[in-house]
Ligand binder design. Structure first.
Ligand code: SAM
Ligand code: GPP
Ligand code: MG
Length: 308
């Protein structure tokens, strides 16, 4: 796959990026061809249009491809017999997904307005918009999907922040960003598509010394022994490769990323899954998440690390 010709956004970048982004060095960047696996993943996200993602994003224009945390606000949901219940349910699921992104951002700061941030595996860009709105920083996102990059850039333009929030089609393992120029970077549910040593080597390269890396991810629990049947089902459903908690910590240690916080969000994400399982937007993967979180084979984790 030649990523340089699949993205109109990338072509546009090449023309304007010299003045726009010295930190990214994007003007001369031509991504290497992807692997066959990456072609499959690019196709997957190019075609994705699940109502559980689009209808939630429509609530306030922040489009996420991650899950939610926090307690359900039963008062906001109201009565299940109410004709407005479905709309309220969608708003509540969306609120929990945005709360997840807010927690990730809590661990990125403090940051200065002139900092540049990197969202590795940025999806439709919801977290990037939130990061810019909170910190005022430049936010650079990478995704394998040209559709997602276009969508994210279109949303940023509509919000009037297109000069500050920008997505491109690019492998997160080989980004165009200059070495040591990025103040903070993150993976929000996107690290299960790559080798963790390669991933953290790239984050460690682009991050400034003292910079911050944050991930929220689902990982299998070494205490369970091996990936459970539920974890295998999630892998098959999304064509991904969920890593163990041990692999995360080892690959970080090997790449100058020192954890400052490791937070088990498993209990915090279960209410989201319980509510989603009762909704008309179910996709069929709910049972695997709920059962694997409950049997201890799978964990929802935030890891915040310093680049030392
Ligand atoms: C589940 S979505 C998460 C999107 C986003 N982080 C969010 O929270 O909404 C996974 C994302 O990872 C991206 N991805 C997977 N492998 C990638 C790679 N090698 N390089 C760049 N992006 C990748 C996909 O294109 C997709 O945008
Ligand atoms: C925690 C783990 C293992 C995540 C795997 C990556 C993934 C597909 C996240 C959600 O995307 P989505 O929002 O497009 O999925 P869905 O359609 O199920 O909401
Ligand atoms: Mg979703």
């Amino acid at each position: 796959m030649d990523l340089s010709v699949t993205s109109t956004e990338l072509t546009t970048d090449a023309a304007i990026s010299t003045s726009a982004s010295a930190a990214t060095g994007a003007s001369v960047f031509i991504p290497a061809p992807g692997t066959p696996y990456q072609e499959d993943i690019a196709r997957y996200w190019d075609r994705e249009a699940r109502p559980v993602n689009l209808r939630l994003g429509d609530v306030d224009g922040l489009y996420h491809h991650h899950y939610g945390i926090g307690d359900i606000d039963r008062t906001a949901l109201g009565d299940a017999d109410d004709s407005a219940y479905e709309k309220k349910l969608i708003a509540e699921l969306h609120r929990l997904e945005s709360a997840q992104a807010e927690l990730l951002l809590d661990h990125l700061g403090p940051l200065e307005r002139d900092n540049t941030l990197v969202d590795a595996g940025c999806g439709r860009g919801g977290s990037m918009v939130m990061a810019h709105q909170r910190f005022g920083c430049e936010v650079e996102g990478v995704t394998l999907s040209a559709k997602q990059a276009s969508f994210a850039n279109q949303r940023a333009r509509e919000l009037g922040i297109g000069d500050h929030v920008h997505a491109r089609v690019c492998d997160m393992l080989g980004t165009p960003f200059e070495t040591g120029q990025i103040a903070a970077s993150w993976n929000n549910e996107s690290s299960m598509y790559v080798d963790l040593h390669d991933l953290f080597a790239e984050h460690a390269r682009v991050l400034a010394a003292g910079g911050r890396y944050v991930t929220i991810t689902g990982c299998w629990n070494p205490r369970y022994g091996q990936p459970s049947k539920w974890v295998s089902q999630i892998n098959a459903h999304f064509e991904c490769n969920i890593h163990s908690r041990r692999e995360y910590l080892r690959a970080m240690a090997d790449n100058r990323l020192v954890p400052q916080a490791v937070i088990d969000l498993t209990a915090a994400t279960l209410p989201y899954w319980g509510l989603r399982a009762t909704s008309p937007l179910v996709t069929g993967i709910e049972e695997a998440f709920i059962n694997s979180y409950k049997d201890g084979s799978f964990q929802y984790l935030l890891i915040a690390a310093d680049r030392v």
